[in-house]
Design a protein around this ligand. Structure first.
Ligand code: PLP
Length: 395
């Protein structure tokens, strides 16, 4: 009998927050819990076999983004990866955007270096012209020619709340032209969009297994070879010297193996198409409702598969209230990024709109009513119909 997640009769549409383990991933995990328990640093056969499985997973993951295996370093997740970027790179100017995840924004601020916040348009896109201007101004031929800056550009590939997909290839070309380090938080895009670190001139990326039906507590940072001599000697966690000394601690072998499996499943073109189709179908159903507004990119083709961010203007509920109403009816969605909801205190929890929507200059009235529906290949059309029925009744 295939082992499966139990959704307890709930419809789960919160796949940008996290995902359920895929059945094949559970099987891989259970098998590896039983057989791959040895410490990969041990010199005996079982240890060597665990080490070999880690290296196979590393190679698979590296190939999927056109990186080399020695450019992938496993760690506890994307929060750690993003922190690692800001705590180990050498820079004195950060260029980033206000719609980044908190695990980019907070370490950027904590670095006490100068930050330039790029403007976003209503769909959440940065302006490449603005990026080029600020890069040019701060380099040898610009206004700061006397003291050019060492620049770190950090722009996420796909936004977790509104599904905006940035043109990382164009950003990478600009970073190369102006000799800036280019980091991208690829948590929401890994396995769902094509990533080619060489083609996009990426120096660093952050990724996490639990957004693509893999286990929680495991991610990786990709560090381009050319940057390694400046970064690897600045490890944040030292000790046993695992991950070539960059991230000490006995490796999370089972989750590493499961991450590669989850990625393999995600890369399946049928699954990717299914998510896009479900997204289109749900929007076709819901857009007929009175006063519904789609926040973020209006052209679904340019939007991260599975993401819909909607404001129902005729409903008397604000975002959180609507999330609770849907939960009462067995549907899990969210009002924004799961990580920021931990930060709200009781006073403002029912009044503050998403910082991402605010950064995109979305009217406060609309932003306060926004909910995020995030689908995965595990969802099906019956679930879309159920949600449409529930929302139609509420409206
Ligand atoms: N970056 C983005 C865009 C995310 O959506 C998340 C998770 O919510 C993270 C970073 C943090 O990832 P992790 O949960 O692996 O620390």
């Amino acid at each position: 009998m295939a082992l499966k997640q139990d959704f307890m009769n709930k419809i789960y549409f919160d796949n940008s927050a996290t995902t359920a383990l895929a059945a094949e991933v559970i099987e891989v995990l259970i098998d590896s819990f039983k057989t791959t328990f040895a410490n990969p640093s041990s010199v005996h056969g079982l240890g060597k076999s665990a080490k070999k499985k880690i290296e196979e997973a590393r190679t698979f993951i590296a190939n999927s983004i056109n990186a080399e295996p020695n450019e992938i370093f496993f760690l506890s997740g994307a929060t750690e990866a993003n922190n690692t970027v800001f705590k180990t790179c050498d820079y004195d100017l950060i260029i980033t955007s206000p719609s980044e995840h908190a695990s980019v924004i907070e370490p950027a601020k904590a670095s006490h270096q100068e930050i330039f916040w790029l403007n976003l348009d209503q769909e959440g896109y940065i302006s490449l012209d603005e990026l080029e201007n600020i890069l040019a101004q701060n380099t040898e031929n610009g206004v700061r020619e006397q003291c050019p800056k060492k620049i770190l550009v950090s722009i996420m590939h796909a936004n977790s709340e509104i599904g905006t997909v940035q043109d990382i290839k164009a950003i990478g070309n600009l970073c190369e032209k102006y000799k800036a380090i280019f980091h991208s938080d690829c948590v929401q895009s890994l396995g769902k969009l094509d990533i080619d670190v060489k083609d996009s001139k990426l120096d660093l990326i952050s990724a996490s297994a639990h957004k693509l039906h893999g286990p929680k507590g495991l991610g990786f940072i990709y560090i381009a070879q050319k940057l390694q001599e400046h970064i690897l000697n600045k490890a944040l966690i030292i000790g046993g010297g695992q991950e070539r000394g960059f991230r000490s601690g006995t490796e999370n072998v089972n989750s590493i193996i499961a991450f590669a499996k989850a990625l393999e499943i995600s890369l399946n073109p049928e699954k990717r198409n299914k998510v896009k189709e479900l997204q289109k179908k749900l929007w076709m159903k819901l857009k007929n409702l009175k006063s519904v507004i789609l926040n973020g990119p209006q052209n679904l083709e340019n939007r991260l598969g599975g993401n819909l961010n909607l404001s129902f203007m005729d409903l008397k509920f604000n975002s959180e209230q609507l999330v609770l109403q849907l939960d009462l009816r067995g549907v899990c969605v969210s009002s924004g990024s799961a990580c920021t909801s931990n930060k709200k205190n009781s006073e403002d929890s029912f009044i503050e709109s998403s910082y991402v929507l605010r950064a995109c200059h979305i009217d406060e009235n609309i932003a306060k009513r926004a909910i995020r529906i995030s689908l995965s290949w595990m969802n099906d059309e019956t679930e879309l119909e159920k949600l449409t029925e529930i929302i139609t009744k509420l409206v």
